[in-house]
Design a protein around this ligand. Structure first.
Ligand SMILES: Nc1ncnc2c1ncn2[C@@H]1O[C@H](COP(=O)(O)OP(=O)(O)O)[C@@H](O)[C@H]1O
Ligand SMILES: [Mg+2]
Length: 203
């Protein structure tokens, strides 16, 4: 079992904490946030199981096919048992200077980092997502990072938010609902970032 409890949390999402993998410089481990378990532990544990399954199911599906969004998804490496519960291991996205973790779109927007070239590259990712069969639950500004990965070098990567959020995977079954949902999510993201939608919904 991997011991994480004494290690620093290197990033925090609304549901999960991110730790450096102690034995693999190129990986991070995500575990559920302990501070959120108290009030209704049972319900939360059920939700965690759902989340684990949702993400895993979509990862397996996309990574075994020839999906255009595939290179943009950060690699899922499997599960590890930790002293903080079950952890999901992913390839690490490092910041462009290699000093910390990849930059979120939120950080890039706040620090006015997104120039024309980066905007072009981000739009390429979003177009690939729209063209693909990938199911998107939440393509927000904290779930896309810009940085380096061993397998693909420097670029934008999706680190979270894929798979159906609902118990019955309606988006998996209906390509119409899936596409519609993605258009709304992409449009909302572009609006948040102050980027025009003009060229993206054409094909
Ligand atoms: N593979 C990764 N490499 C580097 N940083 C990551 C990676 N995955 C997540 N992060 C960082 O951790 C934060 C929280 O992770 P996330 O999976 O979005 O958690 P949550 O499920 O709680 O939303 C992200 O916003 C990002 O900053
Ligand atoms: Mg997230």
């Amino acid at each position: 079992m991997i011991e994480l409890r004494e290690n620093p949390v290197i990033a925090l999402g609304s549901k999960r904490c991110v730790y450096q993998h102690p034995f693999d410089e190129d990986s991070i481990i995500k575990v559920w946030r302990g501070d959120r378990e108290n009030s209704n532990g049972k319900c939360l544990r059920y939700r965690q199981r759902q989340d684990l399954y949702r993400e895993w199911r979509e990862m397996v599906r996309v990574t075994t096919g020839k999906d255009p969004a595939f290179p943009y998804l950060v690699r899922f490496k499997g599960y590890e048992l930790t002293d903080l519960g079950i952890g999901m291991v992913f390839q690490k996205v490092s910041s462009p200077d290699g000093d910390g973790l990849g930059w979120t779109l939120d950080y890039m927007k706040r620090n006015q980092i997104i120039d024309c070239e980066l905007e072009f590259r981000l739009l390429e990712l979003l177009r690939a997502v729209l063209r693909s069969s990938i199911v998107v639950a939440d393509i927000g500004p904290f779930n896309i990072l810009y940085g380096k990965t061993k397998s693909y070098g420097l670029g934008f990567r999706i680190v979270d938010g894929i798979g159906d959020k609902t118990l019955v995977p309606i988006m998996r079954f209906s390509s119409f609902i899936r596409k519609r949902r993605k258009i709304v999510a992409v449009s909302r993201l572009l609006h948040t970032l102050g980027i025009s939608e003009d060229n993206i919904f054409k094909d």
